[in-house]
Design a protein around this ligand. Structure first.
Ligand code: PEP
Length: 252
């Protein structure tokens, strides 16, 4: 089942400074007017969220965050809570990105973060993906384990609020986009795994995205044939023309 399209810009640790960030946002706002049928989310570095929350207020682009901590308050140096993010108008939060998992984030922490985000009525965008692909398809076991980990303790009414972004690690930032066939196959696999954990109707309500070297030139084909409801975009989201091209590919 296709959902309303969702395209998320993951700016990561970019751009270099606040002025550049503001310029990029201004360009995006100019290019992405009246795109009602697709939800667009920009996730800048935390430091820019306060300013962006004012400039995006009431507009078409929604504000997201790249991570969150699962506790609400207390002695957790350097962390930011879901309650603090929601106070700045953040609507979507990425968790479990492979770049954070590489720094030690576990499935258990990802699960706790999802629960904290849902409690604050924001949308978690949970990244899953295999490091490598093997001929035998054993990487599907890793994907299944990640889905079980993120869904642990979540009732059907909660899992349908989660966005799952399939981001094969070998495709992130490498220029090697997954093929339409690979993406479609993974969409079916994720739905069937969720069906085993819940039921078909619930599984089909979960919004699925693809991420990994998405470019404007291939976005339409991927969107129309890959079975996913949109994209999580890294590198190409730092270029207003590329990113708006990707958003436009989701508009029929
Ligand atoms: C990402 O890091 O979420 C991502 C998809 O990056 P890129 O588009 O640069 O591969």
């Amino acid at each position: 089942m296709k959902h309303n399209a969702l395209v998320v810009a993951n700016w990561k640790l970019n751009p270099i400074g606040f002025d550049e960030a503001k310029n990029l946002l201004t360009e995006l706002k100019k290019k992405l007017k009246k795109v009602n049928s697709t939800t667009i989310v920009v996730t800048p570095p935390f430091l820019f969220i306060s300013d962006f929350s004012k400039s995006l207020k009431g507009g078409e682009i929604k504000l997201g965050a790249q991570d969150v901590f699962y506790e609400e308050i207390g002695p957790f140096t350097g962390e930011i809570s879901a309650g603090q993010l929601v106070g700045f108008g953040v609507s979507h939060v990425i968790v479990g990105h492979s770049e954070r998992r590489a720094l030690g984030e576990t499935d258990e922490q990802v699960n706790k973060k999802i629960q904290a985000i849902i409690k604050r009525r924001m949308t978690p965008i949970v990244c899953i993906g295999e490091k490598n692909r093997d001929e035998q398809g054993t990487f599907f076991n890793d994907i299944e384990a990640q889905i079980k980990g993120l869904a642990k303790g979540l009732l059907a009414k909660d899992i349908v609020k989660v966005v799952i972004a399939y981001e094969p690690i070998w495709a992130i930032g490498t220029g090697k986009t997954a093929t339409v066939e690979d993406v479609k196959e993974m969409q079916l696999f994720i739905v069937s795994t969720l069906t085993k954990l819940y039921d078909r109707k619930t599984a089909e309500k979960v919004t699925l995205l693809y991420g990994g070297s998405v470019k404007a030139s291939i976005a339409k084909e991927l969107y129309e044939q890959g079975g996913m409801s949109g994209f999580l975009v890294g590198g190409a989201s730092l270029n207003a023309n590329e990113f708006s091209g990707i958003v436009n590919a989701t508009i029929s």
